[in-house]
Write a protein that binds this ligand. Structure first.
Ligand code: DAT
Ligand code: MG
Length: 148
């Protein structure tokens, strides 16, 4: 099954949105494979966002990610990368549809609550970076009620 890396950013943790966000992925039918609360350092955040290192907002983005604990997760399911991005909503919360996480809970692009991998390839890289210890192997007993 496809896997994606989802991270609740420091603002999402501080604002008490962890349960709500996890609930949205659970209720959709996706399976939680890895979960940890972790505060990362600058070098780690820079590695995670390496593709954006030339952007003018890079420094502020890194400062934001290291500013407090984040909830790092791996979720699995059919098309979870693309569907996860739909659940999250557009990068700029003022353009995210209502009903998405960013559309419902954020205003500024630099405080957009949550990260989700943008492709299967980047999901693999991000999962390897955040979960070098590996993730859980299990299948929900509800599998046949979610997939035909
Ligand atoms: P996404 O998080 O939707 O995948 P991204 O990978 O392009 O978006 O950028 C990573 C994060 O960087 C994004 O969640 C918020 C921040 N960011 C992106 N574009 C920005 C901009 N123009 N100004 C300020 N922050 C920005
Ligand atoms: Mg991205």
């Amino acid at each position: 099954m496809e896997q994606t890396f989802i991270m609740i950013k420091p603002d999402g943790v501080q604002r008490g949105l962890v349960g709500e966000i996890i609930g949205r992925f659970e209720k959709k039918g996706f399976s939680l494979k890895g979960l940890k609360l972790i505060t990362v350092d600058r070098a780690f955040a820079e590695k995670h966002y390496a593709d954006l290192s030339a952007k003018p907002f890079f420094n502020g983005l890194v400062e934001y990610i290291v500013s407090g604990p984040v909830v790092a997760m791996v979720w699995a399911g059919k098309s979870v990368v693309t569907t996860g991005r739909k659940i999250i909503g557009a990068t700029n919360p003022l353009e995210s549809a209502a009903g998405t996480i960013r559309g419902d809970y954020a205003i500024d692009i630099g405080r957009n609550v949550i990260h989700g991998s943008d492709s299967v390839e980047s999901a693999k890289k991000e999962i390897a970076l955040w979960f070098p210890e590996g993730v859980a192997e299990w299948q929900s007993s509800l599998h046949s009620w979610i997939y035909e």
